[in-house]
Design a binder for this molecule. Structure first.
Ligand SMILES: [Zn+2]
Length: 477
């Protein structure tokens, strides 16, 4: 699993050699060949797998769905050409987000803690997407406008460090910090930052947001972290200065008013993230209750209180709060999912089932609702049905390791052992553990025995994974 650590050391050696930082192309071996867009895409995917093997992630389907939907909305009006994106939600309360070559979008839980409105959240992502669309990562090779392999490797190593945060001693070695620092220099020059702000602001407006959210976010971050000895990663790489704020403020003020500043949906998702980082459900409940006492009409606080109460096994109190919210918005997905969670935790499975079915009739393609149906079927001890429901989910999320993990578990329960090994293989490949992935397909082939069509299908997939493993090895050389 520890593919990355030797790489960081290798990188450190590369970086230690004189002239590296100014003269990247001089590495001059086969691996410094220019990366084609398709290679960039594949390298991005391979790197995402490695990143997944290194950092803890948030796997809340509602949070994932929100981030994906909101980023695609921004991408639509952006200058990003290749819109095949993959997402990683990093379990860290530190403020950070990135959009890396190959279409990898990373968001820390801490972005939600820091961005107080949807507009602020969107302004960070619009800025990051602008780095991606303007190919700021490829600065060393402007002529070709293409990334080079060692650069991409160094860049992504830098991202792993940043993503992991300074707290992770295992990854944030001195070597890694150097790799990160050099990358940050390339990416975060003043000129690139200005350009990303400018293009990000235009994109915010086109996507229907109020671009004033960007300077507002910067101003608040500056006030908040002004005296911090150790500001969050995002501010280290994106120094917020008075002039930068003034610049973005001037640009934003040119937009016509009326754009979206915030949404209830963002605030509900934010409450979920806040609950994740609260020390205990009790503390979270206390905080949400204080907000509710201040303003009894604060639905976000009531929702936060309800989910904190579910987490703290206070079923009846949670039920009372959800009842008020559902009376107001009977078809709200977030409220209904909270009620389903409560009913499942509270052994009211028929109620949960009725609600899941009703909601899926309204929103048949909604990922969190489909996930809830699978969870419920498993709780009802109906693994064969759950397996079938998961097939549908896989069609829309074929590269989601969380889904593959559950598919493996479910196939195991339903007695589909070949399928279990196949699903485990997909899961391991997605989280960067190719040797386990390939081994799982050996198990599957052995089971498939004389079923020739099946075993040759498994064989073909295994070869693909071996190629992928080789590509990663080449990339890290
Ligand atoms: Zn930036």
């Amino acid at each position: 699993m520890n593919v990355l650590r030797p790489t960081l050391l290798t990188l450190a050696c590369l970086l230690a050699s004189p002239g590296f930082a100014n003269d990247l192309p001089s590495l001059g071996d086969a691996s410094s060949a220019i990366v084609s867009p398709q290679q960039e895409y594949q390298l991005g995917r391979a790197w995402l797998a490695l990143l997944r093997s290194q950092v803890s992630q948030l796997n809340d389907p509602q949070l994932k769905d929100y981030v994906e939907t909101s980023v695609y909305k921004l991408v639509e009006t952006s200058q990003v050409n290749d819109r095949r994106l993959e997402f990683i939600l990093i379990n860290s309360p530190q403020l950070n987000a990135f959009a890396a070559p190959g279409g990898i979008i990373g968001v820390n839980g801490g972005l939600f803690l820091n961005a107080q409105t949807e507009g602020e959240y969107a302004s960070v992502l619009a800025h990051e997407l602008a780095h991606l669309s303007q190919r700021h990562f490829a600065r060393g090779v402007e002529a070709q406008q293409r990334m080079q392999v060692p650069m991409m490797a160094a860049l992504l190593a830098g991202i792993v460090i940043a993503a992991a945060g300074a707290g992770d001693a295992g990854i944030a070695t001195i070597a890694g910090t150097q790799a990160a620092a050099i990358q940050e220099q390339r990416r975060f020059s003043r000129q690139n930052e200005q350009e990303a702000d400018r293009i990000g602001i235009l994109n915010l407006e086109k996507a229907g947001y109020d671009p004033r959210s960007m300077p507002t976010m910067f101003e608040r971050l500056m006030r908040q972290y002004r005296f911090d000895a150790k500001p969050p990663e995002f501010l280290l790489t994106h120094p917020v200065t008075e002039s930068r704020i003034a610049d973005t403020r001037n640009r934003a003020e040119q937009a016509s008013p009326g754009g979206t500043e915030d949404s209830l949906r963002y605030q509900l998702i934010r409450a979920r993230v806040q609950l994740t980082y609260e020390d205990s459900p009790g503390l979270a409940a206390k905080r949400f209750r204080a907000q509710l006492d201040e303003n009894p009409k604060n639905d976000v606080a009531r929702y936060g209180l309800a989910i904190a109460q579910i987490k703290g096994s206070q079923w009846n109190q949670a039920r009372e709060n959800l009842k008020l919210l559902l009376a107001k918005s009977p078809n709200d997905i977030t409220y209904n999912l909270a009620q389903i969670e409560l009913d499942m935790a509270n052994s009211r499975l028929p109620d949960a089932q009725t609600r899941v079915e009703r909601m899926l009739n309204l929103y048949p393609r909604n990922y969190p609702l489909n996930q809830a149906r699978v969870d419920l079927l498993l709780k009802q001890n109906r693994p064969v049905n759950a397996e079938k429901a998961l097939e549908g989910l896989l069609k829309s999320r074929p590269d989601d390791p969380d889904v593959w993990y559950l598919v493996a578990e479910t196939r195991g329960l339903s007695g589909n052992i070949i399928g279990l090994h196949q699903a485990r293989a997909e899961y391991f490949a997605l989280v960067g553990d190719y040797s386990q992935a390939i081994q799982q397909l050996d198990f599957a082939k052995r089971r498939a025995g004389s079923n020739f069509p099946l075993s040759s299908k498994i064989d073909a997939r295994q070869r693909e994974m071996m190629d992928q493993e080789q590509m990663v090895k080449d990339m890290m050389r």
